[in-house]
Design a protein around this ligand. Structure first.
Ligand code: SAM
Length: 389
């Protein structure tokens, strides 16, 4: 990830505009003095830079929760802040020019893009955790009339695929840096031709992090058109057995099972497992039904509030559980006027991490609203009750 290793951090008065970057405010962690956030906006995309301090180094880098769609925006913001605050940079991996291919990439979308207006003019196929992207790129090149949405949480893999999409001139790929389990909740019903989950992390010790779950299967069934498929491919016998049990527990289902079936393109993982002569298992779920349209009621507004520092510090580190989900108060920050909290909330297997700004003139999520999912709307109601009493 791009970062600057700096001698010491210096705060400057904000808001101000520097070389196309709007710096809005600084947020200081109230319970740990090793973290400061700087709110930046580049080309309408808002995110935080973060100053992290350990015994050895002070780093200025990008905050993992609010990453912008374009990596060049991060580079721009890091360099602009270093310049305006006259920081002494000891080392850097930030490039002062646009990466030729990444600069041209338009395939990376933010979750807001899909939340506001999901593309529905073509058949959609989704690949969850595309890794090196071999399968996603191969499919897109061979099916130019289908829109492929690749979802990944590993940034280097995302950048590799973005570059390849530019080099191969593929215009039918969209890439999203997001948890695929949450993403599936906003996909319109009866739209998707296929969902590919190839070699997911088995998470044997943390099963709640697995992609395949009862809820994920249900969302896929809803999003798949009649005859559409959810395709799991795994080298883990344990994950295969777990997935089979989870699929078969669904109320109505058609499954195809294969062992050591060859497919047109193999991923790096698959090549490795094949060399080790491991078995490869496929479970293909075929959706036989037309689902109801997606309908989710509610909004993410707050009532105005005058919360004090003491009240916010009192909820810090607290977890509120409710039927089907939770809210955890992770961090409290002080702004020049007001406060900000970082929370995780939603369902246990698909939580979202979010910032909420608390000022006398109002409370709001920053920089974006949570994903409009049932569990998030439910969590929001509980958050309102905790904040407003
Ligand atoms: C073992 S790799 C397999 C990559 C690729 N499908 C292949 O066959 O080579 C699993 C990938 O899934 C991604 N991943 C894990 N959980 C995810 C989630 N909830 N949403 C999106 N991607 C996820 C990981 O970052 C990783 O790149």
């Amino acid at each position: 990830m791009p970062h600057l290793h700096i001698k010491e951090f210096k705060a400057v008065t904000l808001p101000r505009e520097v070389e196309g970057v709007h710096f809005d405010f600084i947020a200081k962690n109230l319970t740990k003095d090793d973290e400061t956030l700087i709110a930046a906006t580049v080309d309408g995309d808002s995110f935080f830079l973060v100053v992290k301090q350990d015994q050895k180094r002070v780093l200025l880098k990008t905050d993992k929760l609010t990453r912008p769609a374009s990596i060049t925006s991060v580079h721009k913001a890091l360099l602009a802040y270093a310049k305006v605050a006259e920081l002494e940079v000891l080392a850097s991996n930030v490039i002062d020019r646009k990466n030729v291919h990444l600069g041209e990439a338009t395939a990376l979308k933010k979750i807001d893009f899909f939340a506001k207006s999901f593309p529905t003019d073509k058949e959609v196929r989704i690949e969850v955790g595309f890794g090196s992207g071999r399968h996603l790129l191969h499919q897109a090149a061979n099916n130019p009339d289908i829109l492929f949405i690749g979802i990944e949480i590993h940034r280097p893999s995302i950048e590799q695929v973005l570059k390849q999409a530019v080099i191969q001139e593929l215009h039918n790929i969209m890439v999203l840096d997001y948890d695929a389990r949450l993403f599936m909740e906003l996909v319109p019903s009866n739209l998707v031709g296929a969902v590919y989950v190839h070699f997911p992390v088995p998470w044997d010790k943390k099963p709640h992090r697995r992609v395949i779950s009862t809820a994920f299967i249900a969302e896929c069934r809803r999003a798949l058109k009649k005859g559409g498929t959810l395709e799991l491919r795994t080298d883990s016998e344990n994950y295969y057995a777990y997935s089979y049990q989870t699929f078969i527990a669904s109320p109505k289902i058609s499954l195809l099972i294969n062992k050591n079936k060859d497919i047109a393109i193999t991923s790096k993982y698959e090549d490795r497992w094949k060399k080790m002569q491991k078995n490869i298992y496929d479970i293909v779920m075929i959706n036989d039904e037309v689902s109801d349209e997606l309908s989710i009621e509610g909004d993410f507004t707050f009532e105005s509030s005058s919360l004090t520092k003491e009240q916010l510090l009192r909820v810090h580190n607290k977890t509120e559980r409710f039927d089907g989900g939770f809210i955890h108060f992770e961090r409290v920050y002080e702004l020049s006027q007001g406060f900000m909290i970082r929370i995780s909330m939603g369902s246990f297997d698909r939580p979202e991490h979010l910032y909420v700004i608390v000022k006398d003139d109002g409370v709001k999520y920053y920089p974006e609203l949570p994903l409009r999912s049932r569990s998030n709307l439910q969590a929001h109601q509980h958050l309102k009750e905790i904040l407003h009493g």
